[in-house]
Design a protein around this ligand. Structure first.
Ligand code: FES
Length: 319
């Protein structure tokens, strides 16, 4: 199971800047300027904008500065209101509840990295570039966006890392040439990609020959078609609470345990953020999340109880 923290902090907006068209950067600090919890490249935090409005944002940049966290926020005109709330309310001096950090997109050791970003998907990769640079591991970043002015951090990254960063504004250069970038598998190389679903699907197709585990994704939307079986009722045994509950069709484990008075921290309720990850002590899960890798799903030692169900009649959870 990845690192998990239930810490919730009240942080203050120490700075706000326009990073690109419809993208702002926020710097968050504790009001007393005390150090913030450690984090690792690829981590995200939850911004609790309201009791029922929680959004995940990746932490940006090198992990070394414990005095503040940086995030980049894209205004999603067609979204469900989270980014709009951030744009309207989070000005310097405002406070916001922040949970985490949490990391389901960790940078594993490799001989070489191929980083691919689409749009705001650049944010979790910024910390990875800094880390790869620090360890002297060879890497390249190919970063695509609709237009040059929509690409946050583009100039900053190009200035800092030079030729290792290739910018591909779509209106000038078209789509990233993935066939040349990842067509041939390379021993010891890992591909890290974050961006909109069409980009991730295209990378998956282009890298079809790569070994399992070489591709590491962070998604903005749940993977489609992940529900292999129809919902059936099953039992969950909650080992720490000494309870057995029935999860009916159409209701999640998360909802079922909440009704029984067991509090599990959750956020996206879509199997995307990893907040509700729960240790699985026995039984086989029907994993329906977009967080765990296939290897982690096969390990069957934890599950996202907001979406995942059971492959057999009973699961035993560490709750
Ligand atoms: S609440 Fe986000 S994965 Fe379950």
């Amino acid at each position: 199971m990845s690192e998990q923290t239930d810490v919730e902090l009240e942080l203050q907006v120490a700075g706000r800047e326009e990073l690109a068209e419809n993208v702002i950067g926020l710097r968050l600090r504790r009001p007393d300027n005390a150090p913030l919890p450690d984090w690792t490249p690829g981590a995200h935090v939850d911004l609790v904008l309201d009791d029922d409005l929680v959004r995940q944002y990746s932490l940006v940049g090198p992990v070394s500065d414990a005095s503040e966290w940086r995030i980049g926020v894209l205004l999603e005109a067609e979204g469900r209101g989270g980014s709009r709330r951030v744009f309207e309310q989070l000005h310097p001096g405002a406070t916001v509840r922040v949970r985490g950090p949490r990391n389901h997109f960790e940078l594993a050791l490799a001989n070489r990295y191929v980083f691919i970003a689409g749009g705001i998907g650049i944010t979790p990769l910024t910390g990875m570039l800094a880390e790869a640079d620090r360890t002297g591991t060879p890497w390249t970043l190919t970063y695509g966006g609709r237009t040059a002015v929509s690409m946050a951090f583009a100039r900053e990254l190009r200035a800092r890392y030079g030729e290792r960063v290739t910018l591909v504004p779509q209106d000038e250069q078209g789509l990233i040439d993935l066939a040349s970038l990842v067509g041939e598998p390379a021993e010891g190389t890992l591909i890290y990609c974050c961006g909109p679903t069409p980009l991730l699907e295209a990378v998956e197709t282009a890298a079809a020959q790569w070994p399992q585990g070489a591709l590491r994704f962070e998604r903005f939307t749940p993977v489609e078609g992940i529900r292999s079986d129809p919902d059936e009722a099953f039992e969950v045994e909650l080992a720490l609470s000494d309870l057995v509950l029935t999860v009916p069709p159409g209701k999640s484990i998360l909802e079922t345990v909440a009704e029984a008075g067991i509090d599990v921290l959750s956020s996206c309720a879509e199997g995307m953020c990893g907040t509700c990850e729960t240790a699985l002590l026995a039984g086989v899960a029907d994993h329906r999340d977009s967080v765990l890798t296939q290897e982690e799903k096969d390990e069957n030692s934890s599950m996202m109880i907001c979406v995942s169900r059971a492959k057999a009649s009973r699961l035993v959870l560490e709750l």
